[in-house]
Design a protein around this ligand. Structure first.
Ligand code: PAF
Length: 283
């Protein structure tokens, strides 16, 4: 595996590969890698000739300076995992390399960004669109891999790709969970032992709520999830919305998504750690 730190070099390596007819799989990450990221890398490895993983803590998507400052940075361990997973290029640029000038671009992300994480984290999705569009321009991917834990983020990235007319296939990959069900996240390391065990209740409650779907209204199921999780020690639900899987708009009735499965998206504070998860309400 080669570690690449400049845009010029990654751009030349990947455009060269594409010009020789090779496919390029990109896995964008912010580092602090865990088994969830590695499952994306493995999929990219299986489906492409060349695999690039970017490791970059993108400042423009943090609306909270403390969150940016405390975001875990573990480059050496990340590189060991990436090497073992058979990655060709780890693209690890500095902030100055990615943003030699202030990025003033504002993306018209539309309805997929105007709910849930949109209003809760002003500017966050625009920052994601800025960095992911740059990564797409610099690494020429045939396919790019994203985890479904950030369900709304994938819809935002699809919208950005449509707006920018970028020729890339967006591949969404299932959530990877710990044995007790907690969705793997780089933020989990910030949970105390007690918080970590309570946090497993998020997925347990979501799964339970899927079983309740047939006998209850959507509003009742939503309230069940909020009340159950809020009753757990140190847990506070920021929002729980059951949404249309493509438009991200909150639904009023189960039938409002037609044949598609509604998706329940949750954000919970466990102490001061913000955790997100989601579940599909399939029959
Ligand atoms: O999901 C993430 O880790 C980040 O939002 C991403 C897609 C790597 C952009 O910085």
């Amino acid at each position: 595996m080669e570690i690449i730190r400049t845009v010029k070099q990654i751009s030349s390596l990947t455009s060269d590969a594409r010009s020789k007819g090779k496919s390029v799989g990109l896995v964008p990450t912010m580092g602090a890698l865990h088994a969830g990221h590695i499952s994306l890398v493995e999929r990219a490895r299986a489906e492409n000739d060349v695999v690039v993983v970017s490791v970059f803590v993108n400042p423009t998507q943090f609306n909270n300076p403390t969150d940016l400052a405390t975001y875990p940075r573990t480059e050496e361990a990340d590189c060991r995992l990436l090497e073992a997973a058979g990655v060709d290029y780890a693209f690890i640029p500095t902030v100055e390399e990615m943003y030699p000038e202030k990025d003033e671009r504002i993306f018209d992300l539309g309805q997929v960004a105007d709910v849930m994480e949109g209003p809760m984290r002003p500017g966050h999705f625009n920052g994601v669109a800025q960095v992911v569009s740059k990564l797409f321009y610099y690494t020429h991917p045939t396919r790019a891999y994203f985890g479904e834990k950030d369900f709304q983020q994938i819809a935002v990235i699809r919208r950005m790709v449509e707006l920018e007319r970028i020729d890339v296939e967006i591949v969404d990959c299932p959530i990877k969970r710990a044995d007790d069900g907690l969705a793997l996240s780089s933020r989990n390391v910030r949970l105390s032992e007690t918080q970590r065990s309570v946090a497993a209740g998020i997925y347990k409650t979501l799964k339970e709520s899927v079983k309740l779907r047939s006998g209850k209204t959507l509003g009742e199921v939503k309230q069940y999830v909020i009340d159950t999780i809020n009753a757990m020690p140190e847990m506070e639900v920021e929002y729980y919305e059951i949404v249309h899987p493509l438009t991200m708009q909150p639904l009023k009735d189960w039938e409002d998504a037609g044949k598609l499965a509604p998706v329940g998206c949750i954000t919970v504070y466990c102490g001061d750690v913000r955790l997100i998860d989601n579940i599909k309400y399939k029959d």
